[in-house]
Design a protein around this ligand. Structure first.
Ligand SMILES: CC(C)(COP(=O)(O)OP(=O)(O)OC[C@H]1O[C@@H](n2cnc3c(N)ncnc32)[C@H](O)[C@@H]1OP(=O)(O)O)[C@@H](O)C(=O)NCCC(=O)NCCS
Length: 209
């Protein structure tokens, strides 16, 4: 199959009240408000450059974040999505470190505003993104690395049926130290029989009542 530099990008993905779309310059104020309001919720799980949280997450900092995201997406190295609930920006999901050729793989990172946590926003977003990655995105494998202590995030991938496949000691510098991570992954074959990850997620939710 022949693809352009960034197959599958840009795109908008929707399931019910949850949508994923590329960021816009006009997201600066909302992005900053959400990030600043969630410092204690996000900081233990994210790698971030040194500096005060409010400055790193100011509306003007968003300009640089947005510029880097656009550049990387144009090169086909990532698909950085704003996660929206009923049209409001409430989180982030990135298919990053995309490597093609014989690997065709991406790493996923995500977060959601604590004020809407526990509503299945990120599992829905992840299922949408994975189906897109395995379809128009032309990828074969998606990987998520999570600190063992991060039970909510591990629940997200375990609910969706990601395979736990690795333990990475001192994997990433987060919140002031090198932190171990558990590696989870899915390949396209593993969701094909279910008609995709979103279909699997819908069935799981329906069964859970
Ligand atoms: C991990 C995270 C993205 C999950 O997103 P979400 O949209 O809330 O996902 P879910 O609705 O499926 O909830 C996942 C789990 O969080 C827990 N949870 C539920 N409501 C919650 C709440 N109000 N507050 C905190 N955790 C809650 C539950 O254990 C839930 O699992 P369950 O469905 O078995 O009950 C979110 O907790 C988050 O942004 N955390 C901070 C950043 C982070 O950890 N990013 C990932 C790094 S790998």
């Amino acid at each position: 199959m022949i693809f352009g530099v960034s197959p599958g990008w840009p795109v908008v993905l929707v399931d019910g009240h949850v949508s994923l779309r590329p960021y816009r310059r006009s997201d600066a104020a909302t992005w900053s408000e959400v990030r600043r309001a969630n410092q204690t919720w996000l900081a233990p799980w994210e790698s971030s450059p040194p500096g005060p949280w409010d400055e790193l997450n100011s509306p003007s900092a968003f300009r640089y974040v947005h510029r880097d995201q656009r550049r990387s997406a144009r090169r086909g190295e990532s698909m950085p999505f704003a996660v929206c609930l009923r049209g409001h920006l409430v989180g982030h999901l990135n298919l990053g470190n995309i490597v093609r050729r014989a690997f065709c793989s991406a790493y996923v990172g995500y977060w959601v505003d604590s004020r809407v946590a526990g509503q299945g926003v990120i599992p829905t977003a992840l299922a949408l993104a994975v189906d897109h990655a395995f379809g128009p995105g032309g990828l074969h494998r998606v990987e998520v690395n999570i600190r063992p202590e991060n039970k909510p995030s591990r629940r997200v991938v375990e609910k969706l049926g990601f395979r736990e496949e690795a333990y990475h000691p001192r994997y990433m510098h987060i919140d002031g130290a090198w932190r171990d991570h558990i590696g989870y992954a899915l390949t396209s074959e593993e969701v094909a029989a279910d008609g995709g990850l979103l279909a699997r997620w819908h069935r799981l939710r329906a069964t859970a009542g």
